[in-house]
Structure formats: C-alpha cells, structure tokens
Write a protein that binds this ligand. Structure first.
Ligand code: NI
Length: 133
C-alpha cells in the first residue's frame, strides 16, 4: 500500500460549500479523491506555465482556423523545428472553418513552453492548452 500523508486545511465556508456541491455533482465519493485531483490539476498547471525545469510529458490541444492565410504552413514549420519534442500529432477537422490538433510532447519543459507560445500567438489560433505531467 502506498504511503499517505494527512493534512488539515482551513477553507472559507462558502468555498467549501461550493466545492462539496461540485464534487457531489461530479460523482466523487469523498473529498480526499477530489482534493488529490485538484492538487494534480494545480501541479499540471504549474508545469504547463513553464515554471518547472527538466523533462515533462503531456499533450497540447490546439484549435485553429485552417483557412487563415499562411497559418497552416507556419504551424507546421514551428512543429518541424521542434520535431524532437513532438511524439505524435492527431488532427481533427472540426467543421468547415476549424481544425483541432492534439500534440503529444515529451522533453524539456522550457522548450515545450516556448513551442506553445510560438503557436498560441499566431493569428487564427483560437485555443491552445496543455496538460503536462
Ligand atoms: Ni483540418
């Protein structure tokens, strides 16, 4: 059995009430599992912020307008320049205007952050989020 740590935390009552309502609606059996998931989500957000050093694994989710002039070529150029970070890419044609890509990445956290920023700032990229673990 894994070792567990026990914590006792103070939470403003309205926040706790909202949290309990949310986790009940989501089907969590108890607070412990929900708080653990919240902690993992916060750590993943921290990793995605580029604040961590070293190797990370994860996925970038990006939605963009595929008929924006030059955008597809720019995004492909950026990805080719970072081919050593990209394990795999899945492309989904969402509708006549929009494409979605799921880009699996592995490598240096700071380089992955730079890769994300290079794509995110291109005109026509509507969403770009990453989950890095
Ligand atoms: Ni497409």
């Amino acid at each position: 059995m894994k070792k567990v740590g026990r914590i006792c935390i103070s939470v403003p009552s309205p926040l706790l009430a909202e949290f309990d309502e949310a986790i009940k609606a989501m089907g969590y059996p108890n607070r412990s599992k929900a708080v653990q998931d919240a902690m993992r989500a916060l750590i993943a957000e921290w990793k995605a912020s580029g604040a961590v050093e070293g190797e990370v694994n994860g996925a970038i989710l990006m939605v963009y307008e595929h008929d924006k002039p030059g955008l597809v070529a720019e995004l492909l150029d950026i990805q080719h320049e970072n081919e050593d970070l990209i394990c795999s890419t899945m492309h989904i044609h969402l509708d006549p205007e929009n494409c979605m890509e799921v880009i699996a990445v592995r490598g240096d956290a700071k380089r992955i952050k730079a890769l994300m920023e290079a794509m995110k700032t291109k005109k026509g990229v509507k969403h770009l989020k990453a989950l890095l673990v």
